[in-house]
Ligand binder design. Structure first.
Ligand code: FAS
Ligand code: PHB
Length: 405
């Protein structure tokens, strides 16, 4: 029998961006939640991941008082460059085609801002919560059990949000005969480094016969670079010198000559995957973020999808709990998945456009080249890419923003 018994309105599994953002927005709407995070706060904050925010993600953070440091330290971007060996470069001009900009601001900083906001509000984020189990999720009285410091706990709740990422327990709670999954694994990964050197002025995606490369940034003095590498590769094979030499070889000379190199402070390889689990709700369990879907980072959509899921899920929970209006919660999965599949689509197409696929035949290689040529020539293609890259607006944003007191 559990030693400790507690209650909350929403139990949130996972203290990454999705879980923390949901907890914050619920709190802003007077709804109590508890976040159960398996790892220590230091471990969560040590992960280096996303860096580019869609316009709607930035607006959501501003609407909820989370953007003070983002607006101070982040860098607004009117678009990103694409280069292809032997062709003119192309600027995805989101400002020209959509009137919107994106923001370069690291996921690490976002997670820090979210932890700070929860702590300032006296929010309950329980780190090192182990053996989390979701119980009675199809009943009206679901609950969660977990252990911490060798004590066992039971947390009664009205709803459970599964924000525990791709390897979490929440998605696995949905029975296999109900859950539908869709997956595409890619035959390569991204080797990423962080270096305390001034970055290039803009984000640049590069296609080269040697492989994909990406120049990004975190601040005026912190650069983030990636190169495509074989799935079998390991960080041990990549000295800093070898990394910089390969990165420089994949950019056009006029770009390569501007790259400032230096010692890496972080180096890691991430596999690329497209994955979607449907439905994103089961009884009183609702999945959000990587727990429900994964995109290859080529389109910079992973973190932004976590934010849009949280926008839709928090709207549904607020409408149900505060106003006894079930519509948005009942349709959460359907609405969230429309945006998930749009992001899966653009992420897959940008990955196809920009990477060397080891088994690509000559026909596919010419189609890949023609897709780039079309982008250079067609304003319709340019507008479409800009709209998808900057991210579609959330549906009915005004339904969530708290009415000013
Ligand atoms: P997260 O995985 O961030 O958080 C889930 C949390 O749940 C974790 O803290 C985990 O410890 C916890 N958890 C797991 N199981 C649990 C359990 N059983 N009990 C309790 N807690 C549990 N996106 C981009 O847009 N651009 C990028 O460049 C990019 N790079 C990435 C690189 C890597 C290596 C990875 C893995 C992802 C990358 N992503 C990128 C995607 C990433 O940013 C995610 O989209 C984002 O972290 C999603 O946030 P969450 O859904 O909160 O999931
Ligand atoms: C990053 O800065 O980490 C980044 C930027 C754009 C992407 C992927 C990653 O598409």
């Amino acid at each position: 029998m559990p030693h400790h018994h507690a209650r909350t309105q929403v139990a949130i599994i996972g203290g990454g961006p999705a879980g923390l953002l949901l907890s914050h927005i619920l709190n802003e709407n007077g709804i109590d939640s508890v976040v159960l995070e398996r790892r220590t706060k230091a471990y969560v904050l040590s992960r280096i991941r996303a860096g580019l925010l869609e316009a709607s993600t930035v607006q959501l953070f501003r609407d909820y008082g989370l953007a003070e440091r983002m607006d101070r330290n982040g860098k607004s971007k009117d678009g990103s460059w694409i280069t292809r060996q032997g062709f003119d470069s192309y600027f995805i001009d989101t400002h020209k085609w959509t009137g919107k900009s994106m923001m370069v601001y690291g996921q690490t900083e976002i997670t820090e801002d979210l932890y700070n906001a929860r702590e300032q509000a006296g929010g309950q984020v329980i780190n090192e919560a182990e053996d989390v189990n979701l119980c009675d999720v199809t009943s009206d009285t679901p609950f969660v059990t977990y252990t911490k410091d060798d004590k066992s706990y039971r947390l009664d709740c009205d709803y459970i949000a599964g924000c525990d990422g791709f390897h979490g327990i929440s998605r696995k709670t949905i029975p296999a005969d109900i859950l539908r999954t869709y997956e595409r694994a890619y035959p390569f990964g991204w080797l990423g480094i962080m270096a305390e050197v001034p970055p290039l002025p803009d984000l640049i995606y590069a296609y080269h016969e040697r492989g994909f490369a990406l120049a990004s940034q975190r601040s005026r003095l912190l650069s983030r670079y990636y190169i495509q590498c074989p799935l079998t590769d390991t960080v041990m094979n990549w000295s800093d010198d070898r990394f910089w030499e390969e990165l420089i070889a994949r950019f056009p000379k006029e770009v390569a000559s501007e790259i400032i190199t230096g010692p890496s402070i972080e180096k890691s390889i991430a596999p690329l995957r497209s994955f979607v689990a449907e439905p994103m709700q089961y009884g009183r369990l609702f999945l959000a973020g990587d727990a429900a879907h994964i995109v290859p980072p080529t389109g910079a959509k992973g973190l932004n999808l976590a934010a849009s899921d949280v926008f839709y899920l928090s709207r549904g929970l607020v409408e149900q709990i505060n106003n006894n209006r079930p519509h948005h919660l009942q349709h959460y999965s359907e609405v969230a998945l429309r945006r998930v599949w749009s992001s899966e689509n653009i992420s897959w197409r940008m990955t196809q456009l920009l990477h060397v696929f080891p088994n690509m035949d000559r026909f596919d290689a010419r189609i890949q080249q023609n897709n780039y040529e079309l982008l250079l020539q067609s304003e319709a293609q340019q507008q479409a890419l800009a709209e998808e890259y900057v991210g579609a607006p959330f549906e009915q944003l005004d339904a969530l923003v708290p009415t000013p007191v």
